[in-house]
Ligand binder design. Sequence first.
Ligand code: CA
Length: 242
Amino acid sequence: MPKKHSNDKRVNILLVEDEESFVDALTIGLDREGFDVAVARDGQQAVALFAKETFDIVLLDLMLPKMSGLDVCRQIRASSEVPIIIVSAKGEEVDMVLMLEIGADDYVTKPYRLRELVARIRAVLRRRETHESVPTSDDEIELGPIRMDIDARRCFVNGEEIKLRKKEFALLRLLLENPGRVLTREVLIDRIWGSDYVGDTKTLDVHIKRLRTLIEDSPKNPEHITTVRGVGYRYEATKPSA
Ligand code: CA
């Protein structure tokens, strides 16, 4: 993401939407919230506009004339890491896992409140920033309250060491290596347990639950290891702001 002047907070949004009522309401609402909005009314227009101008984030409707939202997402991802939020209509059959696989950052379902949408947009942008500012090192990961010393297999929360079992360590490491990204249950299970994973599909949740009791201030209202319902989990370094 290009660095902007600190007093220039306006964010460029590419709004891909074919329903006029949504376009009108969003253009006005998002402008008021400090976003600059460019509108594409079909998939082809979206791809063309994206190639021509620079955007900070893309808000992408799924059902579009000429080219589907999924194809637009694939096309954009072929050349750009720009954050993409997918918008689907209520009752539409949506494969969340597929959307994340093709590189969407988040999704919202119509109808939604402008406030909810703006919160999602800001959260996605914030996660990207956090992600980009993390210095990576081979043997140490430090992110939010957690520091992991990979070689020594030690883990610290706010400077205090916690004891993790082997799979718990591997699971936490994988989450920290992908900050802000949703990791699907399938990916987590495959990467941590692989063919060792037998029977009980609750094993992953049990491990997540134990990690939360160790790292969260309030394990029942987790702020770092968050659940993406029906899809998987993600690690957020910064607490969601109120
Ligand atoms: Ca549509």
